[in-house]
Design a binder for this molecule. Sequence first.
Ligand SMILES: Cc1cc2nc3c(=O)[nH]c(=O)nc-3n(C[C@H](O)[C@H](O)[C@H](O)COP(=O)(O)O)c2cc1C
Length: 326
Amino acid sequence: MFAPAGKTANPIDPVALRRAFGTFVTGVTIITTRDADGTPRGMTANSFTSVSLEPPLLLVCVSKSAHSYGAFNSSDAFAVNLLHEAQTDLSNLFASKAANKFDTVHHDNVHTGAPVLADCLTWFDCKVHSRVDAGDHVVLIGEVQAFGTSPSAPLGFCRGRYASVKDPLPPGWLESQGMIVGYLIDSDGRLLLRSDGEGGWVLPCAKRRITDSELKLDGGNALTLVPDDTFLYSVFDVTDGDPGYLIYRARLAQDSAAVALPPGLRFFPVDQLPYDEIPTREIRSMLRRYARERASKRFGIYVDSNDGGRLAMVGDAQPWANFAQS
Ligand SMILES: Cc1cc2nc3c(=O)[nH]c(=O)nc-3n(C[C@H](O)[C@H](O)[C@H](O)COP(=O)(O)O)c2cc1C
C-alpha cells in the first residue's frame, strides 16, 4: 500500500488532496448561465455527475472564488455542455479569466435561456433544482429540461491533463442503436444526394463520423470535407420507419465539378432539390429547412423529442456566413 498523503491526526494537505482527486478520470464540461442583465457566463468544470433519472437530475460544483460564481449562484437556470475530443482550446478558454469567452463561441437558447453551445458532445439545459453549500464550493443541482447528444469522441481529463478516450463507439454501436448518420454535403450551393435505386433520392450516409475532414461513404468512396466545418444539424426519428437519424451538415473541400462522383451520387442546386422524389417526409422537411436557412445564412440544430422537438438557432457569427455569401 502507498504511504498515506494525509491522515486525520495531521491536517489534510490541500495540494496533495487536489492531486489525489485528480487521479479520478472525468470528462470535461463547460457550464453556462446568464448574469442578471442576460450576459452569458461560463467556465470549464469537470465536477459534473449524473444524479437521478426520475426526476432527471445532475450536479456540478462551482468554486466560490470563480468570477462567474455570483451568476451561477443567483440564476435559476444553467446548462452543462460536455466537450468532444477536438475542444481542448475551448476548455482552456473557459478555464481562463477572459472577459469575452463567448465572443467566438456559437451558442443559443434552447429551453431555459442558459447558453447551449452549438458544437459539443452532449448538452443538458437545466433549471436549478437546489443548491448545497459545501466548503469552498456550492453544489448546483439541476433538473434537466432538454438535452442533446452526438456520437463524437469525448474529451477526457486525468491528473491535470487532457486524455483521449480510445474508440468510444464500438464497431456497430450506431447500427445497434438503430441510428443512421447522414450528411448534408454542400458545395457552392449544390447538395449531394444518393439514388435509392428505386427512382428516389436519399442523403449520403456514412457508417460513423470518423474525422471532420474525410468522409467514407457507404460503398467505399471518400470525400474530402473542409476541416472544422462539420456541424450537427438534426436528430430525429422517422414515424413507422427507420429508427433514427443523426444528420450533419458539411462542406466539400473541392469544387463539386472537380469531384469524380461514383454512380448513384449527384449534386442538386439547393433551390432545385427533387422533393417529389425524396420518399421520407422527415428528410423532405429537413431539406426544406436547410434551403430556407441557407438563403438566410442562419442555421439551426433540430433535436426531435417526444413533445415535438426543439430547434436551436446558431449565431450569425459562425464560419458558414462566408461560404453562404458565395
Ligand atoms: C479540466 C478543468 C476542470 C475544472 N473544473 C472545475 C469545477 O468543477 N468547478 C470549478 O469551480 N472550477 C473548475 N475549474 C476551474 C475553472 O474553470 C476556472 O477557475 C475558471 O477560470 C473559472 O472561470 P471564471 O472565474 O471566469 O468564472 C476547472 C478547470 C479545468 C481546466
